[in-house]
Design a binder for this molecule. Structure first.
Ligand SMILES: N[C@H](CCC[C@H](N)C(=O)O)C(=O)O
Length: 274
């Protein structure tokens, strides 16, 4: 099976082109592809399929390293668009990527930066999904590690966001595992730890659902800026500094789309027998 290895700020992907012929992968095969010793190694596997929507260039499915299929991947959609242009499948600069939730418009600039209209955040608890009696800016969550205040935001995939004083010493693994599997998140959740530096600059670490901590998380950066704005801490354009590098996130309010700009890079091509 031919694949392309790609990365965005160190969040890495195995991209498979199934646009000509359908490809059905078991959870075991996804885990093997993702395995950094026995397979290729990646955080997520991205499957490019023939678009179903006439307005789209491609349909795209996302699988975490644990084999779970998920709704969206911000760094992944930038890499997918880059892949389609590199392979000559589309000419760009605008690429229309169909996910299970609709079409994302992706634009590749001359300098290689990729901007994505990520759509509007989903904040109603039932849309995240998150068990709560009403929609709030923050929720108090009782955990086995004590009670924490979180924001709950969906970018198609669920995110819990915490504001911390010092990102370097934040208990990312401990709280990431406890909150990520919390029963109030029936589909589990990604967990973001955000340190606010100023109204237009934050630092962020994300403990990703189905993977663990990654060097960068695109939907996590979007969710963190939405949470920060709802808390009155951030302006409408924010530089998000992740361990793997920077993303620029813009969001005004309400049903406005979240705009994300960042890099995407092909690393190598290969063949694997799985
Ligand atoms: N782990 C995420 C999917 C990948 C998100 C991340 N890699 C991104 O760039 O948005 C989830 O289970 O919802």
């Amino acid at each position: 099976m031919r694949f392309t290895k790609m990365e965005a700020l160190g969040n890495d992907f195995v991209v498979l082109n199934a646009m000509q012929q359908p490809l059905k992968l078991s959870a075991e095969q996804i885990k093997l592809l993702s395995d950094r010793r026995r397979g290729v190694g990646c955080d997520q596997v991205l499957l490019a399929e023939a678009a179903r929507d006439v307005g789209a260039d491609v349909r795209y499915r996302i699988f975490n390293a644990d084999g779970s299929e998920v709704e969206h991947c911000g760094n992944g959609v930038r890499c997918l668009a880059r892949f389609l242009v590199n392979e000559g499948i589309v000419s760009g600069p605008r690429i229309y990527v169909e996910t299970g939730l609709g079409i994302n418009v992706v634009e590749i600039a001359r300098d290689g930066k990729v901007t994505v209209d990520m759509g509007a955040p989903l904040l109603k608890p039932e849309m995240i999904p998150f068990r709560a009696s009403a929609q709030e800016v923050t929720y108090n969550l009782e955990t086995t590690s004590g009670s924490v205040d979180i924001s709950a935001v969906s970018m198609g995939n669920p995110h819990a966001v915490l504001v911390v004083d010092d990102i370097a010493t934040a208990p990312v693994h401990e709280l990431g595992t406890v909150i990520g599997a919390h029963p109030r998140f029936p589909n589990r959740t990604n967990v973001g730890f955000m340190q606010v530096k100023s109204r237009d600059s934050v630092m962020l670490r994300v403990y990703e659902r189905g993977v663990g901590e990654t060097p960068a998380c695109g939907t996590g950066a979007c969710a963190a800026v939405v949470a920060g704005r709802l808390r009155g801490l951030l302006d409408s354009t924010v530089n998000v500094e992740l361990p793997g590098g920077q993303l620029e996130i813009g969001w005004r309010a309400d049903s406005e789309p979240v705009m994300m700009t960042g890099p995407a890079r092909a690393v190598f091509h290969g063949e694997i027998n799985i």
